[in-house]
Design a protein around this ligand. Structure first.
Ligand code: CTP
Ligand code: MG
Length: 537
């Protein structure tokens, strides 16, 4: 089927509400040409970056009069957009219609005078509103703050229990978790503020968000992954001059020293940046810190261009069919609620791995809901060819070229089948491969193997140990069983419910001695995760 694909009914369920909250428009933009499909991520990112460069972040008092504030700000230039939110205080994001507004406001800003401390004189677009004549009156219009966090799981479950069907629950969950227009703006603004600091050393550099902040699968409250893009090799022909530059023995060493300096800068001079940690010996060196004014946990890497490509790829998959995002959000939420994923790094399955598992599952449907990466590569034109550090990262970003087959499966069906699919997947022998869209023999030992789509010799889920995979598989089995028995999503999100079912099922199936016998037998004969879990139940 050609672009635009027929809109499945499920999208209309919450489409209006989603558009109101900016979920769809955050990624699609209101002026998009429907017949050409959604905008490519690169185009959207450029628009967002330009908006961010015209914006400032201002700490306000909670009782700030919204109207007076806007009147004051508007003296400096036309305001395109202004919204408030709370994070360790009340903040306003103001976007001017051009950069002159920002410059005029910054010109009027003063350096704080404080009696017992000294200030680091770095000026940025992070400001504080001061008003020595504050008078509290009833007529004040205090700011309406935009939520920047998801509802707690208990509230979400309550919300879902009023839905009429599983499909509605899935859509409602997706809506509650998606990044809002405002949150997306804030993410780009934080990148832009940090870029100003990095530019003091590297004027040509740019800091860009990647990962779930921009790939369409971000949940309110997710971390902000950024990369410092330092590459700027211009065309070379005829006579030319080049910069004299210090040399080191590897690109990795350059990345480490650049990140180390930026980390020092953020720590010493970066307003709002706290808890800066240098994690420079990781496979992908990074600087981790909290940006207090936005409340974001930030991971800054450098020259991580392959990750930007996987971000673009996931964005494309998410935009190809509305069921993709809905299923990913649901599986991620289910995994978090049942302790399959965690905010602490460890041997857990990550959200990125889960997303690739959903993509793979959708490529395996009959007819497939998503194309394989190899197919997207075949569709790419010469201008879309992309090789990064020797890795072929070519695929088309042109939605018009992608023909999808008609698949009308409902979300209920897909969720149920997702759990069944991974309940019986031969994890001990096979690898998940979204490039080929079919399972391949595992190239290495290790419980879970998900091939990195672009750095194909790498396993995205190398960190996962056998007991975590085992947990995932048994939860899939129990969830499939519960859905077949007519349970709804709310039950699946209550971990106590799943373990209760596990207990009941165990008791029903066979006596404990038999179970243990079977389990030992299975361990003796095969080191097979699937077998192991089947015997557990
Ligand atoms: N990434 C990767 N290989 C990995 C881990 C991550 O290529 N083994 C890339 C992916 O593009 C991923 C991004 O780095 O989207 C950010 O990683 P991470 O923050 O772990 O995942 P997110 O997709 O951002 O999900 P979350 O919401 O959990 O942050
Ligand atoms: Mg992330």
């Amino acid at each position: 089927r050609a672009w635009p694909p027929p809109q499945p009914q499920l999208q209309s369920l919450c489409k209006h509400k989603a558009e109101q909250r900016g979920i769809l428009s955050a990624h699609r933009g209101s002026h998009q040409l429907k017949k050409n499909g959604p905008k490519a991520l690169k185009v959207l990112q450029a628009e967002r970056r330009a908006e961010a460069e015209r914006s400032v972040l201002i700490s306000c008092l909670p009782k700030t009069d919204q109207n007076k504030f806007l009147k004051y700000i508007s003296k400096h230039g036309n305001v395109n957009k202004c919204f408030f939110y709370e994070s360790f205080g009340t903040y306003a994001v103001v976007e001017f219609s051009d950069k002159d507004g920002v410059l005029s406001l910054l010109d009027s800003a003063t350096i704080p005078s404080i009696s017992h401390e000294s200030v680091v004189p770095l000026r940025s677009r992070l400001l504080s509103l001061r008003n020595i004549n504050t008078v509290d009156t009833d007529k004040q219009t205090t700011p309406q703050c935009q939520p920047q966090r998801t509802v707690p799981i208990n509230e979400l479950i309550q919300q879902l229990s009023s839905c009429n069907s599983l499909e509605q629950q899935i859509m409602s969950l997706t809506e509650a978790h998606s990044l809002t227009e405002e949150n997306t703006r804030l993410r780009f603004l934080v990148c832009s503020l940090l870029n100003d600091i990095a530019a003091a050393y590297f004027p040509e550099s740019s800091i860009r968000p990647f990962g779930s902040s921009v790939n369409g699968f971000g949940k309110l409250g997710c971390d902000l992954d950024m990369f410092l893009d330092l590459d700027a090799i211009g065309p070379r022909s005829g006579m030319y001059v080049e910069y004299q530059m210090k040399r080191t023995n590897s690109e990795r060493a350059v990345t480490q020293s650049v990140l180390s300096v930026i980390a020092e800068c953020l720590e010493q001079f970066g307003p709002g940046c706290v808890g800066v940690q240098k994690i420079l010996n990781a496979r992908c060196p990074l600087v981790r810190f909290a940006h207090q004014p936005s409340g974001f946990q930030c991971d800054l890497t450098a020259n991580n261009r392959v990750a930007m490509r996987s971000t673009e790829l996931l964005y494309l998959f998410g935009e190809l069919d509305p069921r993709v995002r809905a299923l990913v959000f649901t599986v991620r939420c289910w995994a978090r609620a049942n302790g399959v994923t965690s905010s602490i790094p460890g041997a857990w399955i990550t959200n990125f791995s889960l997303t690739l598992m959903v993509v793979f599952f959708l490529q395996r449907r009959s007819p497939p809901i998503l194309p394989t990466l190899d197919r997207l590569k075949e569709l790419a034109g010469p201008s879309e060819r992309c090789i990064i550090d020797g890795n072929d990262c070519t695929f088309t970003s042109d939605f018009r070229k992608i023909q999808l087959e008609i698949n009308t499966e409902s979300l209920d069906q897909l969720l149920r089948d997702f759990f069944e699919f991974y309940s019986t997947f031969l994890f001990n022998r096979m690898s998940i491969n979204i490039r080929k869209g079919k399972e391949e023999h595992k190239p290495e030992l290790g419980p879970l193997h998900i091939q990195n789509p672009f750095e194909t010799s790498l396993n995205v889920s190398k960190n996962v140990n056998i007991s975590q995979l085992d947990r995932f598989v048994s939860l899939c089995q129990e969830s499939a069983w519960m859905l077949q028995s007519g349970a709804t999503l709310t039950t699946l999100l209550l971990p106590s419910q799943i373990s209760a079912v596990r207990g009941r099922k165990k008791r029903k199936v066979e006596p404990a001695s038999e179970r243990i016998k079977g389990l030992l037998e299975s361990l003796r004969t095969k080191n097979n995760v699937r077998e192991f879990c089947c015997h557990c139940n």
